[in-house]
Design a protein around this ligand. Structure first.
Ligand code: PGA
Length: 273
């Protein structure tokens, strides 16, 4: 068992209208409130729900108003490269302050559907950090057949591209870490397919990222077809050096019972030895 902090993030993407996101948040919070309170969360386990942009405010208010003891937080799925100003339709990171303490940046669906390059991802990281929020940087290869070394090298390069761009946009690596940066390894071939990556691959990526960034305590999450049945397998490694620090859950997080089961498995893993 380990004493590291585990982070579980529900990424609801654009699946639900805000009224249904509020209902789902309610069900999840009711299912977890007792367990999270008893566990001493959030020191050992952080749970964040990432609703759509429209659901952020109502879900955050619900959690604050009705489940303050649960300690469940809200994360944004994205924020803009632009600052506050005359940018129609944008959501500047500054405007998320007081609503969402964390922001997902560089999800593969943003990279795929909106052509977000390493440059854009790095620029967004800098905006998030400047706003005083914690970035959750998503990285992932689209190399289903590759060996582990190739995969690790790909993700390290993707990480370097984002860090270099963040630096050019005004946020050094030290500032990213100080802001509470979390990296989520989300292989494109595992997202929404029902077939997660192996623990061996995810751990190799975590080790490779910690080594290239010279941060043994860098929190690395795994995401891609995580479900309750396999949730416990991600937390087997006893040390920070090889273990994963949490999960980013898509499809399964749209079902309160499945997400609650995942969090409960993480809770068991987060128990002190
Ligand atoms: P999935 O999505 O759990 O549905 O595979 C994960 C993600 O894209 O964050």
């Amino acid at each position: 068992m380990s004493s590291r902090q585990i982070t579980i993030i529900a990424n609801w993407k654009a699946n639900l209208p805000p009224s249904e996101e509020v209902a789902l948040a309610k069900e999840i919070a009711a299912g977890l409130e007792g367990a999270l309170q008893a566990s001493g969360s959030p020191s050992r386990l952080r749970v964040l729900l990432a609703p759509s942009a429209l659901g952020l405010v109502p879900v955050a208010s619900l959690l604050r108003r009705e489940y303050p003891q649960a300690g469940i937080e809200v994360a944004a799925q994205d924020s803009s490269l632009s600052s506050a100003g005359a940018f129609t339709g944008e959501i500047p990171a500054d405007h998320l302050v007081g609503i969402a303490p964390a922001v997902i940046v560089g999800h593969s669906e943003r990279r795929r559907d909106h052509g977000e390059s390493g440059e854009v991802v790095g620029g967004k990281l800098a905006r998030v950090v400047a706003a005083g929020l914690a970035p959750v940087l998503c990285l992932g290869d689209n190399l289903p057949e590759a060996g582990i070394a190739t995969r690790v090298a790909f993700v390290q390069a993707q990480c370097a591209a984002a860090f270099d761009a963040a630096e050019r946009a005004g946020s050094s690596a030290a500032q990213l870490f100080a802001a509470g940066l979390v990296i989520a390894y989300e292989p494109v071939w595992a997202i929404g397919t029902g077939t997660p990556a192996s623990v061996e691959i995810a751990e190799a990526i975590a080790v490779g990222l910690r080594s290239t960034l010279h941060r043994e305590d860098l929190p690395v999450l795994y995401g891609g077809s995580v479900d309750a049945a396999t949730a416990a397998t991600w937390f087997g490694a006893p040390t920070k050096r090889t273990g994963l620090d949490g999960l980013l859950v898509g499809g399964a997080s749209l079902h309160a019972d499945r997400f609650v089961a995942i969090v409960r498995a993480a809770l068991a893993a987060a128990e002190p030895a």
